[in-house]
Design a protein around this ligand. Structure first.
Ligand code: SME
Length: 164
């Protein structure tokens, strides 16, 4: 575990300012959540090497999510809050940075090549939980806290910020 943390210390930031600016520009003035999610999934997936699955799970009912726009291999269609990394992020409204998915009890393996995962809860203008942004990598310990914070800020600008 310590080795994984040390290996992250010198990792370059994944979410470059120009990528953030591009996504914000594409979504400028848009308030349709699906359109924003589709744009985010496509841009992040194609801009960052080793983002091997990028997509959203949307809250569709009490403690229940269904898949939204995504890029990558097949993603499971339904995730209750009781299951998986995504369910934990939604249930606890907490960012999940998972260095090794095999260490996460109850991880849902949509692909057996996934090694690390980042899940960020997304909130609407009234603070309601819209769903989660889920990113899988086939690389171990791929995501840093900086990556999580950068993406969390981007999600807040896109879904919560009236000025968007
Ligand atoms: N791994 C996620 C499920 C979604 S697939 O990765 C796209 C989880 O454990 O919730």
């Amino acid at each position: 575990m310590l080795l994984k943390q040390k290996s992250k210390l010198n990792k370059p930031e994944l979410i470059k300012p120009e990528l953030i600016a591009r996504i914000l520009a594409f979504c400028d003035g848009e308030d349709d959540e699906i359109a924003i999610m589709a744009t985010v999934a496509g841009e992040l997936y194609h801009a960052v090497d080793n983002f091997d699955w990028v997509g959203f799970y949307r809250v569709v009912g009490p403690d229940l999510m269904k898949i939204g726009p995504y890029q990558g291999r097949h993603g499971c269609l339904v995730i209750p809050f009781a299951r998986g990394v995504c369910g934990a992020a939604a249930r606890d409204k907490k960012i999940m940075v998972i260095d090794d998915v095999k260490d996460f009890d109850g991880h849902i393996a949509c692909s057996d090549s996934t090694q690390s995962e980042l899940v960020i809860p997304c909130f609407g203008k009234d603070g309601e939980l819209l769903g989660v942004l889920d990113i899988d990598s086939d690389q171990p310990a791929f995501f840093t806290k900086k990556d999580a914070d950068d993406l969390d800020q981007l999600m807040r600008k896109l879904f919560m910020d009236d000025t968007n």
